[in-house]
Design a protein around this ligand. Structure first.
Ligand code: ADP
Length: 184
């Protein structure tokens, strides 16, 4: 499924983000940047040890106490097809009254800004926070789609944003929300 926003393409696909050939893939990391389960585990397993080495260096030099929620950093893609991995930390869902929506939007925005600042043209996102962090899929999809749409409307340097959904149920939610949010 594809949509055009300000000459850029938004694509919604079902699959494994570690197989994407975009310039960057986004990792739903945790603040330790030391790896974990879900997307994070898959990226480090397939990308190999170089990514973790770079993450360790970022911890030592930039974020000794860990990467705060909503921020993003970039490493190489190691053995992945993508040249870069952008690591961001989404919020843990605590019911929605603890700033979760704004923090999730920030995670998307800061990842997009970082991609643009490095001159990247294509980027793939997983459904940040919707696994171990418990964010409800419908709400998360809405924030992801709106935030990317607003970003692309203001910024014309990105060519393609891909949302990669791991499960058929999350893919269907994104399809439905995208028809609502990205058309007209
Ligand atoms: P978080 O801790 O931010 O919730 P998770 O990795 O636990 O991150 O889950 C985020 C989303 O990524 C979930 O919807 C999960 O189904 C999905 N996911 C898990 N593995 C992959 C993968 N290899 N590619 C794309 N999405 C994935």
């Amino acid at each position: 499924m594809e949509f055009e926003i300000n000459k850029a393409i938004i694509r919604i696909v079902q699959g494994d983000i570690t197989e994407q050939e975009t310039d960057a893939i986004v990792n739903a990391a945790n603040s330790s940047l030391m790896g974990g389960g879900g997307v994070d585990g898959a990226i480090h397993r397939k990308g190999g040890p170089k990514i973790l080495e770079e993450c360790k260096k970022i911890r030592e030099t930039e974020w000794p106490d860990g990467l705060p929620t909503g921020k993003a950093v970039i490493t190489s893609g190691g053995n992945l097809k993508a040249k870069y991995v952008i690591h961001t930390v989404g919020p843990v869902w605590r019911g929605g009254k603890y700033g979760e929506p704004e923090l999730l939007a920030e995670a998307y925005r800061n990842s997009l800004r970082l991609a643009v600042s490095r001159g990247l043209k294509t980027i793939a996102f997983p459904a940040i926070s919707t696994g171990a962090y418990g964010y409800p899929m419908e709400e998360a999809a809405e924030i992801a789609l709106k935030t990317v749409k607003e970003f692309l409307e203001k910024e014309d340097k990105l060519e393609e944003v891909v949302f990669v959904l791991f499960t058929s149920s999350s893919f269907r939610v994104y399809e439905r929300k995208a028809r609502e949010i990205l058309t007209g």
